[in-house]
Design a protein around this ligand. Sequence first.
Ligand SMILES: Cc1cc2nc3c(=O)[nH]c(=O)nc-3n(C[C@H](O)[C@H](O)[C@H](O)COP(=O)(O)OP(=O)(O)OC[C@H]3O[C@@H](n4cnc5c(N)ncnc54)[C@H](O)[C@@H]3O)c2cc1C
Length: 351
Amino acid sequence: MSTTKVVVIGGGQAGLAAGYYLRRAGLDFVILDAQATPGGAWPHGWDSLRLFSPAQFSSLPGWPMPPYPSEWYPPAGHVVDYLTAYEKRYELPIRRSEPVSAVSRTEGGLQVATDSGTWSAEAVVSATGTWWRPFLPLVPGSFAGRQLHTVDYRNPDEFAGQRVVVVGGGNSGAQIAADLTTAAEVTWVTRRPPRYLPDEVDGHALFDAATRRRRVLDRGEADTGGVAALGDIVALPPVRRARDAGLLTAKPMFARFDEDGPVWSDDTRLPADTVIWCTGFRPALSHLAPLRLRGADGRIATHGTRVVDEPRLHLLGYGDWTGPASATLIGVGMTARAAVADITSHLDTGR
Ligand SMILES: Cc1cc2nc3c(=O)[nH]c(=O)nc-3n(C[C@H](O)[C@H](O)[C@H](O)COP(=O)(O)OP(=O)(O)OC[C@H]3O[C@@H](n4cnc5c(N)ncnc54)[C@H](O)[C@@H]3O)c2cc1C
């Protein structure tokens, strides 16, 4: 059994941001990450995946992301290089290939179990992201073709000449559908008509909208709608090009499958070879199951990042759940700072 003040579970950008503030607070901590190499989810995206903001608006606390020399926004590889350099720069104590299987209560704190041992800590930050828990909606019927999720998609080459249905009206759906138009016969399916953000809006504006919304809600004023009020899809150049060429017209969601492909409620059928579900993710929280934190509504109640029923546990980086835009590079710093401030004051007061 090893002992430390704080265990951070997950060494992606959220875990690193937490590490930065824990280091500044002078607390003893360790970051446990399941993967053998740095970068969190970023090494796993598709080949053409790029940030939806320029480098200067994609920085973690303390050290700006180096500029990317191109008219384009940085590719995922640039983010991986940045995260790799960031953890070295701040000498963050990361232990890799250490998947956490369970967090449980002990008399004085929390116990964190990995394949290779157990850590005892006074506080735990869970920053495990969502990429590891893809969400696919249940659709009746059975389809004989191939079905994949965003996490499985790499590039259009393997779909050359195929009839591919891309489901999902968010950024992943739009980007993957646009990517595929170069090689495949693409049908894009969205639950509601695609809502593009104005072409000049990027991730920086999204962060501002999310932050404004949080401030308004905290003051008890009427909801501004935040990012969702602006639209769903950042019109990156490849998406814009495919859209403007008329290649991204979306069909509404289908009702079921038959063997050959999707079937709509008016019985329209579309024979297809492959369906790619770009239907999002859920927080990867199975390691918290022993704590039995889910309420009757299936949700874990939080106050800021702190879990209401287990105040020694903080959740960081899961969409907008515990902080505005905290799943983004620019957004996670503010929430990480608040989490560490909260942890520090709890440890100080011994609550
Ligand atoms: C397609 C796509 C495009 C995006 N584009 C942008 C963008 O342009 N700009 C932007 O700012 N954001 C973007 N995001 C959002 C965001 O930056 C990423 O989702 C980011 O990866 C979230 O960081 P994280 O640290 O919370 O999680 P992750 O990057 O997923 O890191 C979590 C880490 O925890 C580890 N882990 C998981 N479970 C365990 C466990 N049980 N034990 C130990 N370790 C564990 C994982 O291996 C991983 O290393 C995008 C997201 C997606 C999906």
